[in-house]
Structure formats: structure tokens, C-alpha cells
Design a protein around this ligand. Structure first.
Ligand code: C2O
Ligand code: CU
Length: 448
């Protein structure tokens, strides 16, 4: 029997508004429907989403639907549409073929717009999801504020180089737009917690004071089987779904991020983002099966490489530092053909980590410096460690158009570590685009 699918409509209005991140501490946020994060959008597999975005900001914007397998014209980048000018409305419309934890965010002047709060969650559910007693979203972020709770402007010269190099890391740690929130759970129950790292640059190494939890899903939905761990790294753009509990009545513990050394100027620290309080006992109907689903491998591990991508960092006379793809900034990469398997070797020759994000398509990691990953998963964002080669495999299905990949540390992306490429229908003629320097970042730094 065919399941009933729906068309679900949302209206999002991007504005500036006052947002209280903790009692008495208010920032001039930019966000959707005067909420930070924006409204959590929901759908079931097979539904169609119609999302009208009205721009009430003072500058253009676009909204990218991170992780969703949508048509190229709905991808929400400067390459796929004309930015939504102040006062205008754009209607995004797409189906949601996969269950999982996704998110949406500004894709114009991101280092400014996302830092101020233009992001939200998008959750797609399916009947095959494990049954849990609760389902919560945790959008991780940080803001860099001064003593007056204003967003700091990176001043020439040294702080700006630190911010370009490390990415912008703030001192104000947020879960769902709030500083040190309390998260209530019932004793005896098990909940699904969906973590989304929406920060500019922070590596979030989730830890709950040593308590075990089960990792059940990531960017492209469920894993094959749950993995019991006490910590998991969530880099900017990535999602990790976990099942927590059962806990004992009266228990209290922190949601922390452990130090992760990604070779920044700023020293990594152990920091706390929120507090979990376990209340009265309730009965549980939760069940996490040992087999969540089957993930077929896209390719053999020794499948020949079809494309090499080099990520590097170097000094620049103009910008202080360039973040490069194949030795250039803001690159136009070669097209790929619909249906042709892609084996990409991403070679990070720099001395720092880069979370690599591919728009619109999931990939599988085949190996990392020759080693097979510990488990198979569908990813759209994957951390590439320094001096590391990661081989990924994916298939461009029939969604021709202009797509992109980039480092999800927003300052690295802005400093050049990005490429556009076309997915082409092999049966039609294709006019080559110049291979690089196509698209200079049109963003001004007038805010900074
Ligand atoms: Cu969430 Cu182009 O990125
Ligand atoms: Cu990077």
C-alpha cells in the first residue's frame, strides 16, 4: 500500500531582532521568524516542502538546504539562483526522499549572516526510524561577542588573521540559541538527540561526563547498527544522531565539548554547553534494534580514482592567507556526468583540519590514508585531517545543474576553499566553463 504523502508549506521571514541568549543578555540577531534557531521544519519521507523565504534584511540572502537531495535550482547558492534581494520573496520547493537530520542556513555572506543566527533544523522522519521516548534537536553554535554583547568586528591585522586561520570561534556557547540551557529528561526513558553543528568553525567533541550513548545516525540518516561510545566528534556542518538513557532519577550532568586539537592559534579547551536534569521516572516504549538498516557499498575500496582534489593553505599578499582548492581560490571544477560513479581523492596537504562538504549528494568514505573507516555511513560533510588523503565515492543521480563543494569552516570557504562544478546530462552537448577563478566572492567586508 502506498503511503500518503503531503505537501507541507512554511513561511520564513529573515529579519533582524533582539534575541535573549540568557537572562539579561540580548544580542542583535539575524534569523527566521524572530527565532534563533529558525523554526524546526519537519516532514516525512516522500513529502514535498514548499518554503517561502521573505528577505527583510538590509542585504541579499539565499538559503541552502544542507544535506537534502533536491534539484540544483533549489540548492540555494549564488551559483544556483539570483540572491533574494531585500523586500523580495523566493519560493523553494523540493521533495524529501531520505530520512535524517538536516538543516538550512544562509549561503550568502555566511561569515556574517550565519554568525548572527540565520539557520534552523529540518528533520525528515520515516516509519523505519527506531522508536524512542523523545526526540530532541541540539543546534550547536558559538558567538563572538564583546563586553556589550555586540558581535566583534575582526580588526586589521592580527585578530583578522587569527579568525581567517582558525575560523571564527566565539566565547558564547549555545544550544538552540541559548546559553547553558537545562535539558529535562525522564528517568528510565531513552530519547533520540539530533546534534547539528551550526557554528562557523568550532569542532564539537560531544561528551556527557563519560556516560555511554548510542550513535545511530549521521548526515545521510541511520547507520547500519548502533555504536556505543562516550564521545563523538561533530565538525561544522555535520550531524550526529544519538540515543541516550536510561538515566536515574535526580541525575544531573553536563553536555560538554572535549578539547580537539585542530592546530589553531586558540588553545582547545574542555567546555560545557548545557546541563541535563533527570526528573521523575516514566515507563519506556523505546527500542533500538541491533540492525537499523542495510547500506550497500557504492564502490569497491580499490576502485580507481576519477578526480583528485588538493586542499592547501598559503600566504597571500592581498588577503593575508589563501585557502585553496587545487592551488587556486574560488575554483570552477570540471563537470561530472549523470550516472557515472565518482571516486574522489581529497588530499589535505595543509597542517589543519577541514570539514569537506558536498552539496546535494551523499557520499561514502572508502578509505582514509589507506585505512578503511570503522563503519559505513552516508555523509555530506566529512572532516579531513591534516596531511590526510580521503577517498570518497558517490553517484550523481539525474539532477543536472551547478553544484559545489567546500570547507564548512565559513572563513576558509570565504577565503577561497570552494569549487563549483556541473552535473551534466551526458546525452546533451556541454560548453566548458573556464576552469578557475570564475567567481570571485562578491561579499564585501563592509560589516567587519
Ligand atoms: Cu552547509 Cu555550502 O553549506
Ligand atoms: Cu577549512
Amino acid at each position: 500500500m502506498k503511503k500518503q504523502t503531503k505537501v507541507i508549506e512554511y513561511n520564513l521571514e529573515a529579519t533582524e531582532f533582539n534575541w535573549e541568549i540568557s537572562p539579561g543578555k540580548t544580542v542583535k540577531a539575524w534569523g527566521f521568524n524572530k527565532q534563533l534557531p529558525g523554526p524546526a521544519l519537519g516532514a516525512n519521507v516522500g513529502d514535498t516542502l514548499v518554503i517561502r523565504v521573505t528577505n527583510k534584511l538590509t542585504e541579499p540572502t539565499t538559503i541552502h538546504w544542507h544535506g537534502l537531495s533536491l534539484p540544483a535550482s533549489m540548492d540555494g547558492t549564488d551559483a544556483s539562483q539570483k540572491p533574494i534581494a531585500p523586500g523580495e520573496t523566493f519560493e523553494y520547493r523540493f521533495g524529501v526522499p531520505h530520512a535524517g537530520t538536516f538543516w538550512y542556513h544562509s549561503h550568502t555572506n555566511e561569515t556574517f549572516q550565519m554568525e548572527r543566527g540565520l539557520y534552523g533544523a529540518l528533520v525528515v522522519k520515516d516509519e523505519t526510524d527506531p522508536v524512542t521516548d523523545g526526540d530532541k534537536i541540539f543546534m550547536i553554535d558559538d558567538m563572538k561577542l564583546d563586553a556589550n554583547n555586540e558581535f566583534t568586528k575582526p580588526a586589521w591585522y592580527v585578530p583578522r588573521v587569527v579568525e581567517t586561520h582558525d575560523g571564527r570561534q566565539g566565547n558564547t556557547l549555545l544550544i538552540n540559541g541559548k546559553e547553558n540551557p537545562t535539558i529535562d529528561v525522564h528517568a528510565g526513558q531513552m530519547e533520540r538527540w539530533r546534534f547539528i553543528n551550526s557554528s562557523s568553525a568550532r569542532y564539537f567533541l560531544l561528551h556527557m561526563e563519560g556516560r555511554e550513548f548510542k550513535l545511530i545516525g549521521t548526515d545521510g540518516g541511520l547507520l547500519e547498527s548502533p555504536r556505543t561510545v562516550t564521545e563523538v566528534l561533530i565538525t561544522p556542518g555535520e550531524r550526529m544522531d544519538i540515543v541516550v538513557g536510561p538515566f536515574n532519577e535526580g541525575e544531573t550532568f553536563l553536555i560538554e565539548s572535549l578539547p580537539y586539537n585542530r592546530t589553531t592559534f586558540l588553545r582547545p579547551k574542555r567546555e560545557s554547553f548545557g546541563t541535563v536534569k533527570v526528573g521523575e521516572r516514566r515507563k519506556s516504549t523505546a527500542f533500538t534494534p541491533d540492525t537499523l538498516r542495510k547500506i550497500e557499498p557504492v564502490a569497491r575500496q580499490d576502485e580507481p580514482v576519477t578526480r583528485k582534489i588538493k586542499l592547501s593553505v598559503g600566504p597571500s599578499l592581498k588577503n593575508g592567507m589563501d585557502f585553496k582548492v587545487n592551488d587556486h581560490v574560488h575554483v570552477n571544477d570540471k563537470p561530472v556526468k549523470v550516472g557515472e560513479i565518482q571516486i574522489w581523492e581529497i588530499n589535505n596537504v595543509s597542517l589543519m583540519d577541514h570539514p569537506f562538504h558536498l552539496h546535494g549528494f551523499f557520499f561514502q568514505v572508502l578509505d582514509e590514508n589507506g585505512r578503511q573507516p570503522e563503519y559505513r555511513a552516508w555523509k555530506d560533510t566529512y572532516n579531513i585531517k591534516p596531511r590526510t588523503k580521503v577517498k570518497i565515492a558517490w553517484i550523481p543521480d539525474n539532477r543536472p545543474g551547478t553544484w559545489m563543494y567546500h570547507c564548512h569552516i565559513l572563513e576558509h570557504h570565504a577565503a577561497g576553499m570552494m569549487a563549483n562544478f556541473d552535473v551534466i546530462d551526458g546525452s546533451k552537448p556541454y560548453t566548458e566553463k573556464p576552469v578557475q577563478h570564475m567567481h570571485h566572492h562578491q561579499h564585501t567586508h563592509r560589516h567587519m
